[in-house]
Design a binder for this molecule. Structure first.
Ligand SMILES: Nc1ncnc2c1ncn2[C@@H]1O[C@H](COP(=O)(O)OP(=O)(O)OP(=O)(O)O)[C@@H](O)[C@H]1O
Length: 563
């Protein structure tokens, strides 16, 4: 399916509203044409009747056409207003649908596939590109469809009075509606593609700069970064200037062609009048109608331009969304059952495109309720266990089960119900401590929040803050120290009270006393059936566990069991 067919499929649920919007746009344009057409006739007919003496004046019925003029004027205003309401609503709903659809496809790709993308680029795609895709209906399809219908109607109506005038109108509309916009779009295609590319890079760079501002300062690279962005912006400006010049040129040319067409129609109508095939009142009617007809092709150059942008934006969004997830969805979903034991048997796991196996011939059995320390050198494969459990990555050899079901049949959502993780690179959300706790457990009471904070050894700090639970922690918890942020992440998991808790370096950034207090409070607060798996380089923390498993050479080695 090509890009636009896929967009059409996404539009299906809002098709009816979109068609109503189109009908209203057509009615508004036809009413505009009718208004000028009839006004032209009315003015000229009234003048002719005025010159024709008292008999002609009495014979002339001014009321019916005047009612017609008022009718067209009212319909034009009403239809234009309703068109705006309906089409903008349809556009917003379409943008929402595109975003929801993209998110549905992106979620299974996290984090393995998404990690290959730059976050700024992704942000741009899912804000700006989806927005552009959403404009496809309002600013591309609607003007084209309305122009096609209305132009045909204008030419037919004009043809009823004068065929040569209709021919001139048709040629003028064709030139302004398709030939000129097409040539403009072709001439500006390179600049349009450049803008997309440059903007893409600039947004990715800007996001990286904002996120790593401190590091750029430390590295003394702030000046060169500023220059880099300024250069990118200058390139974008040059491309935009070229596009604006072409668009303005096309607009001027269209206006000239529109005016010349109206003059030519008037000349042809005058010729017909002299030949006796047209009444005098029809002359201004055809000329004014001709001028009004060109209104409907006015937005087409911009629509052609936007068509190119929409195509690029849609292709970029589809390209990301179409990537297969790193791990296929389970063919037969299963839910782990008690006891929630974890068992790896001869397991082999290699990250995509990695040369070496992260785990190979690995055997491990952790029973529900055990408190296990996973130790080993950096890069041995400890954190890989979390990636396997949550199906972020797949294993290629052996078997793995959790709660008596094959891991390949367990969804990450189901796993999250049983297992709580404080990863090494945990993420805190912008906002208050309360918000972060509520994200972990939406219906937690204040009492439960304070208890979780108490266990995580953070309650004292929060209590001392004037805003308490509503203390703002900033983006990524920037207003907290490293140790406080980690303890908040631990409090989140404690609040959820899952059957399994996996802590990756839980005491990093803590002094010895807080480290001891935290681990003791945590171990004593959890019920006996709760399993704790703690990945640590800290022998003191490992010593608090019942069992120590050493990860080395991609295998698990039993390193000791507490008496
Ligand atoms: N997303 C990934 N893609 C490719 N290779 C990866 C990925 N994550 C980890 N690895 C590799 O897998 C191996 C095991 O990494 P892992 O993060 O499990 O080590 P670790 O024992 O947790 O180390 P540390 O104690 O430093 O946290 C390493 O060689 C690492 O380079």
């Amino acid at each position: 399916m090509n890009t636009f067919s896929r967009l059409a499929v996404l539009m299906k649920p809002i098709q009816r509203e979109m068609l109503i919007g189109l009908a209203l746009a057509v009615v508004a344009s036809l009413a505009n044409f009718g208004l000028l057409f009839l006004s032209g006739w009315l003015l000229a007919a009234a003048a002719v009747a005025g010159l024709g003496g008292i008999v002609a004046q009495n014979a002339f019925n001014i009321f019916l056409p005047a009612v017609g003029v008022r009718f067209f004027a009212t319909v034009r205003i009403l239809a234009r207003y309703l068109e705006r309401v309906v089409t903008h609503d349809a556009t917003l709903r379409f943008i929402g649908r595109v975003r929801a659809w993209s998110f549905e496809r992106l979620a299974p790709q996290a984090p393995a596939v998404l990690a290959q993308q730059r976050s700024g680029d992704m942000l741009f795609r899912f804000v700006s590109d989806t927005d552009r895709m959403g404009q496809f209906y309002l600013q591309v399809m609607l003007p084209f469809a309305a122009a096609a219908i209305c132009c045909t109607a204008y030419v037919v109506i004009t043809g009823l009075f004068s065929l040569p005038a209709a021919l001139v109108l048709g040629v003028g509309l064709l030139l302004c509606g398709t030939i000129i916009p097409l040539i403009t779009a072709k001439l500006s295609a390179h600049a349009t593609a450049q803008i997309s590319l440059q903007q893409d890079m600039m947004h990715a760079d800007l996001t990286e700069i904002v996120q790593g501002m401190g590091e750029f300062m430390f590295l003394g690279a702030a000046g060169s970064v500023q220059k880099h962005i300024a250069d990118q912006q200058a390139n974008i400006r040059l491309c935009r200037q070229k596009i604006f010049l072409l668009e303005d040129g096309a607009r001027c040319l269209s206006t000239i062609i529109g005016t010349l067409s109206a003059v030519a129609m008037l000349a042809l109508a005058t010729h017909a009048y002299h030949a006796g095939t047209l009444s005098a009142a029809c002359l201004p009617m055809l000329a004014l109608g001709g001028l009004a007809a060109f209104d409907v092709v006015g937005p087409l150059p911009a629509a052609w331009q936007l068509l190119g942008h929409v195509r690029v934006a849609a292709r970029r969004v589809f390209a990301v969304c179409d990537q297969p997830p790193c791990v296929p969805a389970p063919a037969a979903k299963a839910s782990p059952v008690q006891p929630l034991d974890l068992c790896f048997c001869n397991l082999g796991m290699r990250y995509p495109e990695a040369k070496h196996w992260a785990l190979r011939h690995a055997n491990l059995l952790i029973r529900q309720g055990e408190r296990v320390a996973l130790v080993g050198p950096s890069g041995a494969g400890k954190s890989t266990l979390i990636n396997l459990l949550f199906r972020f990555y797949d294993y290629q050899e052996g078997t793995a089960s959790f709660g008596n079901v094959d891991l390949k049949n367990v969804d990450a959502d189901v796993m999250a119900h049983h297992v709580g993780v404080v990863a090494q690179d945990y993420h805190l959300f912008q906002g208050s401590i309360r918000r972060n706790l509520m994200i972990a457990c939406p219906n937690a009471t204040e009492e439960k929040m304070w208890r979780a904070l108490q266990i995580a050894q953070l309650a004292e700090f929060v209590r001392a803050e004037p805003a308490g639970l509503d203390t703002l922690i900033g983006e990524e918890g920037v207003r907290l120290s490293g140790g406080q942020a980690r303890r908040l992440a631990i409090a989140q998991v404690v609040l959820r009270a899952p059957a399994w808790i996996i802590l990756d370096e839980p005491t990093e950034g803590l002094d010895t006393q807080t480290e001891q207090e935290l681990m003791t409070a945590l171990l004593s607060a959890l019920p006996p059936q709760a399993t704790i798996m703690c990945m640590t380089h800290n022998p003191a923390v490992a010593g608090l566990m019942d069992r120590v498993v050493r990860v080395e050479d991609g295998r698990f080695h039993e390193a000791g069991r507490a008496p």
